[in-house]
Structures are given as C-alpha cells and as structure tokens.
Write a protein that binds this ligand. Structure first.
Ligand code: PEP
Ligand code: MN
Length: 338
C-alpha cells in the first residue's frame, strides 16, 4: 500500500502517518518528491491494513494498493526517475553515462593504463573485477584485495570512480572501503544474504540480471537492497540464456523499456556480456541507448588477446573511443547527451 500525501503536506502530517504505520506493525519508506511525499507501507503484521483509516487522516490525498510485489522499486511508489550520483554526473539523468574497463584487474600498471585509456575516450567510471565469479574453479579468480588497491591507484591517477564486484557478504564492508559502486554479478543476483549486506552498506550498487532470471526476479532482488533504505541501486541487463548459441548470451533489448516503465531505478546495459563477441558490442550498445538505457558498462582491454578473462568480448581502447562517438550521436538523436 502507498499513502500519497497532499501537495505540500506538513511534516507533522507526514510524521503522524509514519507513527500510524509503525503502530500497525509495518515499515514506512518515504519517497520525497519536489511537490509531494509518497509513503510506502511494507512488511508483514498481524494487524490488517485498513485503507479507509489512512484515507481519513490529515494531509492524505489518496491511498493506493500496489499490486506488484516489488513495492519500493515500482514507479507507483516513486514516480520520478531515481538519480544515482556518479563522478559529478547522475546515472538516470539526461546524460548517458559509460562505465568501462577490463573484465578483471590484472596488475597495477595494466589497470592504470586501461583507466587512462577509457577516461580519454570519455568514460565516467572505471570497471574491473578483483573478485571474479568464474564458471571453473581452475580459472583466474582475481587478485582480491590487492586488485582493489590497484583500482584505487587508478582512481587517484584518473579521478574515475570504481565499479567492482563483491561476491561474499562478509567482504562487503572491506570492498566498500575501496569501491565507489558495488557490483553484484549475474550469478549472485539472488544471493539474498549478499543483497542484504549490500543494502545495509548504504553504498551505491550496480545489480546485474541473472542469466536465467526474469525482469520481475531482478526487481525483487533490487527490492531486498531498497528494503534496507539504500536507494542508490542501478539495474543492469547483461543478456540471458536462450537456445541461441552463436552469441554468448542473448541481450534482452525488451528489458530496457520494460524496466524503464516498471521502475524508477536507472537502467544500464552491458552489451559485452550480452553478446560475448567484441565485433557485436557496439551495435548492441547503440540499440540499448536508442531503447532508453541510462548507461552502458563496457569491457575494454589494452590488449584483448592477452586478457586474463573475457578477452573475446573486450574492445580495444581505439574501438571503445569510436563506440563512444557513435553513442553520442544516438543519444543526441533521442534528446539526450553522452
Ligand atoms: C563481469 O562484469 O565481468 C561479470 C562477471 O558479469 P556478469 O555477472 O554479468 O556475468
Ligand atoms: Mn567479464
């Protein structure tokens, strides 16, 4: 249920609604718009929620039942786009932001070189995994905390904020000390302990769609983070498993406008994992921007043939720079910038 307050309802009226919600045994979540406040009522309680009782309270415009299970992630609860600050810009705003870097952090010099190259081409943030979720336990697993320290050095040189994956809930506080944005990978999208830890951290989160998850599963995963009062959540479409084997995954272009419709959270596209073949990354990136994506996350490697992971889908800095130029043209064509 959501309680929509009247235009400029007083803070006393809002506080009274919150106390009523809490005395009924539920949790209140506030969405403060410029003109009005919307109060989300979530949780379970033996006291049934009586819509009429809330409707008669002072300052209430109307009370609406939210039919979807993802209450806090829904547009009904928060009609305006959520903006997540990133390097002086905002993910979810008019500017399409590009996060780029190698799949894995491979060394100090390597990550600094990659960071300089993507910055030069116009990236807003640097990606790079220090903890890698690999299908095989024998594949390179990442440099761990050492990798995070190298990322920090790359940030000091370039000023680019760091987006990096965390796989273990116990490591969330440690990763938060280095990272600007926590990435939760496709394989961990429904690791509920991890989602709770990321929610509690209050750190910005980039949440990737599981490879066999529906759009609703993704929104329910985001709901876990939001339920802790952490509203800085960005969703990422990164391709799903289908019968098609030519490409690594099938990038679900539909998910972009569908998510933009269902949720207020920023939507990012990852065409690198979506197609898995570097020659198709640019066209899919452009399609995602045309479909309304707020941002892109792109794997870039100075020497893809030598990459320790995902070299086949990594762009060289030159190809990345040319992709960014095309992204700008598409963004301008639909009234945005990049
Ligand atoms: C990655 O970003 O390198 C990665 C492992 O992505 P995903 O979780 O989408 O597979
Ligand atoms: Mn990768």
């Amino acid at each position: 249920m959501i309680v929509i307050m009247k235009f400029h309802a007083s803070s006393k009226q809002i506080a009274d609604i919150i106390s009523r919600i809490e005395s009924d045994g539920y949790k209140a979540h506030l969405s403060e718009g410029e003109e009005r406040t919307i109060i989300g009522v979530v949780g379970e309680s033996p006291t049934p929620l009586k819509q009429e009782n809330y409707e008669t309270m002072d300052g209430v415009e109307k009370v609406v039942r939210v039919s979807v299970p993802y209450k806090l992630a829904s547009r009904q609860f928060h009609p305006h786009d959520t903006l997540v600050p990133l390097n002086g810009s905002q993910m979810g705003g008019n500017k399409v932001l590009v996060i780029a870097g190698p799949c894995s952090v491979e060394g100090r010099n390597e990550i600094i070189e990659a960071a300089c190259a993507v910055k030069e081409a116009g990236a807003t943030a640097l990606r790079g995994g220090a903890f890698k979720p690999r299908t095989s336990p024998y594949s390179f697993q990442g440099f761990g905390e050492k990798g995070l320290q190298w990322l920090v050095e790359a940030r000091e040189v370039t000023g680019l904020p760091i987006v990096t994956e965390v796989m273990d809930p116990a490591l969330v506080p440690m990763v938060c000390q280095y990272a600007d944005v926590l990435q939760i990978g496709a394989r961990n999208m429904q690791n509920f302990t991890l989602l709770n830890a990321a929610g509690e951290s209050q750190h910005p989160v980039l949440l990737k769609r599981g490879m066999s998850s529906t759009v609703e599963d993704l929104l329910m995963a985001a709901e876990y983070i939001l339920a802790h009062g952490n509203t800085r959540v960005m969703l990422c479409e990164r391709g799903i498993r289908t019968f098609e084997k030519f490409t690594r995954n099938t990038f679900d272009i539909n998910a972009i406008p569908v998510l933009k419709h269902l949720t207020h959270l920023p939507v990012i596209a990852d065409p690198s994992h979506g197609v898995g073949l570097s020659e198709y990354v640019e066209p899919v990136a452009l399609a995602a921007v045309a479909a309304g994506a707020d941002g892109l996350i792109i794997e870039v490697h100075v020497n893809p043939a030598e990459a320790m992971s995902d070299g086949r889908q990594s762009l060289t800095p030159e190809r990345f720079a040319s992709m960014v130029r095309q992204v700008r043209l598409i963004a301008e064509a639909i009234g945005r910038t990049a």
